[in-house]
Design a protein around this ligand. Structure first.
Ligand code: GLU
Length: 483
């Protein structure tokens, strides 16, 4: 019995080469980014190479903006290829050359079956309730019988007996009966290669040793092996990773928050290290570790730890992880990222005020949008716009307290956290009030909001002059106390 197999063992002597091979028919989505990450990590872990290939053979659906978005997204995640990317369409001649070689060596043939003939046979199989298989009479036809006036495609000669086994790094041993593998087309009537051929030729020519990709390609692997074996090429090690599902277990879609990587960066304001860490944990684990750095990931990553069942995408978890990385992030870097999101605040260097504010702002935010919202008060112009809730705090009583605070703080020269805290606490005590009764209208006057960093931090960040001006603007001298 003829049988082939693909070994799951590491290739031993050969240096590891992985690749990420997106089709640029849409933007880089979360599943693709994770595939790229696993390939990058596997190569790094084994001291190998990680390559990129743009599978742009679908000319109608491949677009330049999608290609740019893919490179941009990968770059943002720190997953640039180790060499210049390969563009598949540009290699069409090479693919056709291999199709010709396969015909020459008896592993492929010219097939003159027409669309009509195929449709008829397909329908007949359906009527007889049996699976449709291509059984082309041209498979072993004598070239002397080739019609001169008809167009033809090239089909691969798939083995008809025996079975093929793949030792998949994730799926384990997977065996398919060869009779289930069709004589699929490798070169179309117009001479263009099909995807199934192009992938194999490119992987071979790029020296790819490990094909790690979504498990929607597992069936393709058995077809691709026909071409690989036909050419006598080295069989790569396969690892087919289960797809990502939504939190409800259904196939991942936009409804679950699964967007292009650019949306995670631009619209959601996430940090690349958070997305990196989240993607890593999506389907792969190292004990109970949740926070994993790039360096640790390289040290620990192994395909055997990739789970066999689909992982579930959890947006809240991603956002929480982002909160963690925000707190860890460098303040100058964060200030720069936040500044780009603030209207009317820009410059080559992030504003010093924003940098100084970061330690107290970042502990309260989960993403850059929240951080920008939380920072806006620092740069607000007087008269300060007030939120509805803030206005509600600025009652007559509140405004009178602001007048008293204004008077008290006007006499304060030492504008430090400690001195301000001592002064306002003493003031609250003098008035027999809780500190909150002073802090609430004060926060409204200083920020136009009802939530902000600690009130003393706000006073220090705004500085003496701006703080007093904002307080004065909202203060109201109590009726009858004017002299
Ligand atoms: N271009 C294929 C895709 O985007 C991937 C092919 C492969 O990894 O072999 O699904």
């Amino acid at each position: 019995m003829a049988s082939g197999s693909a070994s799951g063992e590491a290739t031993g002597k050969k240096a590891v080469v992985t690749r990420f091979a997106p089709s640029p028919t849409g933007y880089l989505h979360i599943g693709g980014a994770r595939t790229a990450l696993f390939n990058w990590l596997f190569a790094r872990r084994h001291g190998g190479k990680y390559l990129l290939r743009i599978e742009d053979t679908d000319r109608a659906r491949s677009t330049e903006p999608a290609i740019d978005a893919i490179f941009d997204g990968l770059s943002w995640l720190g997953l640039d290829g180790d060499e210049a990317p390969v563009f598949q369409f540009a290699r069409s001649d090479r693919h056709a050359e291999v199709a010709a070689q396969l015909m020459e060596n008896g592993h492929a043939y010219r097939c003159y079956l027409t669309q009509e003939e195929l449709a008829e046979r397909r329908q007949k199989a359906q009527e007889e309730r049996r699976p449709f298989r291509i059984d082309s009479e041209w498979r072993d036809a004598d070239p002397a019988t080739w019609p001169a006036d008809r167009s033809w495609v090239v089909r691969v000669k798939a083995p008809r007996e025996g079975s093929t086994t793949i030792e998949d790094l994730v799926q384990g041993t997977v065996t398919v009966q060869n009779e289930e593998i069709d004589d699929f087309v490798i070169l179309r009537g117009d001479g263009t290669p099909t995807y199934m051929l192009a992938v194999v030729v490119d992987d071979n020519d790029m020296g790819v040793t490990h094909v790690l990709r979504g498990d929607d390609h597992l069936n393709n692997a058995f077809r691709q092996l026909v071409v690989i074996n036909g050419m006598g090429w080295d069989v790569p090690v396969y690892g087919h990773v289960p797809l990502i599902h939504g939190s409800d277990g259904a196939k991942l879609s936009k409804r679950h928050g699964a967007l292009g990587v650019d949306a995670y960066r631009d619209e959601m304001g996430l940090l690349p290290e958070a997305v990196f860490n989240y993607l890593l944990r999506l389907g792969w684990g190292h004990g109970d570790e949740e926070i994993i750095s790039r360096e640790q990931a390289i040290e620990w990553f192994d395909m055997v730890d990739v789970g066999k069942s689909p992982s579930r995408f959890d947006l809240a978890k991603l956002q929480n992880l982002n909160g963690h990385y925000l707190r860890e992030a460098d303040d100058v870097r964060l200030a720069g990222l936040v500044e780009a999101r603030l209207d009317g605040v820009d410059g080559d260097e992030p504003a010093d005020l924003l940098v100084r504010a970061m330690p107290v702002l970042k502990v309260r935010a989960k993403d850059l949008n929240e951080l920008a919202e939380g920072s806006a008060f620092l740069f607000a112009q007087r008269p300060l716009a007030m939120s509805e809730k803030a206005l509600a705090l600025l009652t007559d009583e509140g405004r009178e307290r602001l007048a008293a605070i204004h008077e008290r703080l006007s006499g304060q020269a030492d504008w430090t956290l400690e001195a301000l805290e001592a002064n306002l606490k003493a003031m609250a005590e003098d008035l027999g009030l809780g500190l909150g009764k002073l802090a609430q209208p004060l926060r409204a006057a200083l920020t136009g909001q009802t939530t902000s960093p600690g009130i003393f931090d706000v006073l220090v960040l705004l500085g003496r002059e701006e703080s007093l001006a904002r307080i004065g603007e909202q203060a109201q001298v109590p009726a009858g106390s004017q002299s």
